[in-house]
Design a protein around this ligand. Structure first.
Ligand SMILES: *Cc1c(COP(=O)(O)O)cnc(C)c1O
Length: 353
């Protein structure tokens, strides 16, 4: 691969970053008069008058222990969406460079690239939802300005986990950064790529507290990568991108690994139950094997299913316009009661036909 110094945009490499007050002095002085905070406290009375730690050191320590990595390989973002945006802004020159995605996949890669005026090269997954190696090879060869390849595994919206040999193949062929989005990896029996991280200087792994940890509301995502990549993200991020409430709440959650494990196991069980019930319905044509907390389901008449569910107050995601997802709805695994209600409505529809 190319050195990170060669991949990064020149203006970012030359950038003199903003230094916040909390960054310049981080010891434990007793009187802080350096940041123009309110010295009397906060109106809410919760001690929010102080700016948060810009580098979230305590939280990263906790996460590093859980993920068995080091704190200098962790970047924390306001959701993984912030990491996606910063990676594009750090490495892709607007109106010149490209990123690659493999549809059907998560929509934010394309939106974040287009916002930054970056061209998006799309290499559709094959019929088996696997990576189309030959096309990827030729696209890499013909696009010297291709900087980032996004791989989502388990993939959203299919739930498909890409075999290690496919990810490895791209890591070996591509000299830019491989961004591996593992938002759903906790639902998979596979360990994901974090244990391999130190072997690849150009691998960036994205994870989030939004799914298995059940913390979508606090907005916390993580990028794991070589310290030189993390340093670049830290250099261009908004100084206080993770607020105090999020840092505190995330820290509390990360101590509750028992509850986390119970939730993951329960959702896995519920997914199997839901899958078994759906399979019995004649309206269902196909259920994609899923290693995530949702099922992509092909219906004979998805529009009618969607409408009937909406009328019953249940909303699912229509993915039928995406390649390989013809007539498909994506259904998030609910609680047992929620899934039973869903199945009840579908069964009634099935019987009417
Ligand atoms: C839900 C999801 C995320 C999470 O994004 P956050 O900004 O961390 O909430 C990331 N990637 C994929 C593929 C997702 O489905």
């Amino acid at each position: 691969m190319k050195a990170i110094e060669q991949l990064i945009r020149k203006n970012i490499r030359d950038l003199e970053p903003y230094h916040s007050a909390r960054e310049e002095y981080s010891g434990d002085a007793r009187i802080f008069l350096d940041a123009n905070e309110n010295s009397l406290g906060s109106v809410s009375g919760d001690g929010f008058n102080r700016y948060p730690d810009p580098l979230q050191r305590a939280l990263k320590k906790q996460l590093a222990a859980i993920k068995r990595t080091s704190t200098d390989r962790i970047f924390l973002g306001n959701g993984s969406d912030e990491a996606i945006d910063l990676l594009i802004r750090a490495f892709c020159e607007p109106a010149r460079d490209q990123v690659m995605i493999m549809p059907p996949t998560y929509g934010m890669y394309k939106v974040a690239a287009r916002v930054n005026d970056i061209e998006v090269l799309e290499v559709a997954l094959d019929e088996q939802l696997n990576i189309d190696r030959d096309t990827i090879d030729s696209v890499i060869e013909n696009h010297p300005s291709l900087k980032l390849i996004f791989i989502c595994s388990p993939n959203n919206p299919t739930g498909h986990l890409f075999p290690a040999r496919d990810v490895q193949y791209i890591l070996q062929r591509f000299g830019g950064l491989v961004i591996l989005d593992e938002a759903y990896i906790d639902f998979s029996p596979e360990p994901g790529w974090l244990p391999e991280l130190s072997r690849y200087d150009h691998l960036v792994i994205l994870q989030t507290l939004s799914k298995a940890w059940g913390m979508a509301g606090i907005r916390l995502g993580a990028a794991f990568a070589h310290p030189s990549i993390i340093a670049i993200l830290n250099k261009i991020k908004p100084p206080y991108n993770i607020n105090s409430i999020t840092q505190r709440t995330a820290s509390k959650a990360l101590h509750k690994s028992d509850r986390f494990e119970w939730m993951v196991a329960t959702l896995q069980h519920q997914k199997n139950e839901l899958q078994a019930s759906l399979k019995k319905l004649t309206m269902v044509e196909y259920i994609f094997p899923s290693e995530a907390n949702f099922l992509l389901v092909r219906f004979r008449d998805p529009k009618q299913v969607y409408r009937t569910l909406i009328e019953a107050g249940i909303v699912v995601r229509d993915r039928s316009h995406l390649p390989r997802c013809e007539r498909c709805l994506r259904i998030t695994v609910g609680s047992r009661q929620q899934n039973e209600r869903l199945i009840g409505i579908l069964k009634a529809m099935d019987n009417d036909e």
